[in-house]
Ligand binder design. Structure first.
Ligand code: IPE
Ligand code: IPE
Ligand code: MG
Length: 238
């Protein structure tokens, strides 16, 4: 493990957890076997992020485009999500971690929606880490839903059009109140955003790891943070 500068820990880390299917295939197993093992990697990453003092960790679990997968895989993912909520929420709460599900949850079953509401309510006052799980999330959707909220306020006469600025807009995204993403990690060697956070990564440092998500270890995470700490962030300055 590389030694990290405790004064330069990214406040907000976002992760595109990719490669579960290829990981399973490489062992001659069904894709869902990869997703099941992916949950273990989530646990490791959450624990490491909390340990080093990351404030917000946003993990891409299911994109708005992932409905395009075979029905069998989608329903297996939903079951897994449900099971993970059942088994992990108490532990998260005990570790003072706040859980936030970001995305259009209205497309989920009533039962899953209720579990999400309960988990968020239970953990809402926790302060050690804010864990955002992106489920049925799309960066384009996020921007549109923020625009809709603002449009309604204008229509109701609560807001003037020229009061809409970047700061107000940001406060209507699903990550409102959280710092912008400092570091975006994608595993599995793919180098694209796949409709994950868009606005929020405007000035993020990007880190692409060849490791498939179920193999993403504390060492890999440490390596990504270390690489981030070697970068010079200029934000357009000289
Ligand atoms: C990421 O792994 C998990 C989800 C998108 C749910 P994939 O399932 O995309 O795995 P690959 O990319 O096919 O290997
Ligand atoms: C992005 O991975 C979505 C998640 C990790 C949840 P995908 O595997 O769905 O993305 P593409 O299809 O390679 O762009
Ligand atoms: Mg993939």
């Amino acid at each position: 493990m590389k030694e990290l500068d405790p004064h330069n820990i990214p406040k907000h880390v976002a992760i595109i957890m990719d490669g579960n299917g290829r990981w399973a295939k490489s062992q001659g197993k069904m894709r869902i076997f990869g997703h099941t093992n992916g949950v273990k990697a989530v646990r490791r990453a959450v624990s490491y992020a909390r340990q080093i003092g990351v404030q917000s960790l946003t993990m891409y679990a299911f994109s708005s485009e992932n409905w395009n997968r075979p029905e069998q895989e989608v329903s297996a993912l939903m079951t897994l999500f449900m099971q993970a909520l059942d088994s992990e929420v108490k532990k998260l709460h005990k570790n003072n971690i706040r859980l936030n599900i970001i995305g259009d949850t209205s497309k989920f079953s009533e039962k899953l929606q209720q579990k999400i509401i309960n988990a968020e309510k239970l953990t809402e006052k926790n302060t050690a880490l804010c864990l955002n799980i992106a489920a049925n999330y799309g960066g384009c959707w996020d921007i549109v839903q923020a625009a809709q909220k603002l449009a309604w306020q204008v229509k109701e006469g609560e807001l003037a059009v020229d009061q809409i600025d970047e700061n107000l807009f940001q406060q209507h995204l699903v990550t409102a109140q959280q710092p912008p993403v400092d570091l975006l990690i994608r595993t599995s060697g793919e180098q694209r955003i796949s409709n994950f956070l868009l606005w929020q990564i405007a000035y993020a440092e990007l880190f692409f790891s060849p490791v498939l998500w179920p193999d993403f270890s504390e060492q890999e995470f440490n390596q990504a943070i270390w690489a981030y700490q070697q970068r010079e962030r200029r934000f357009g300055g000289a």
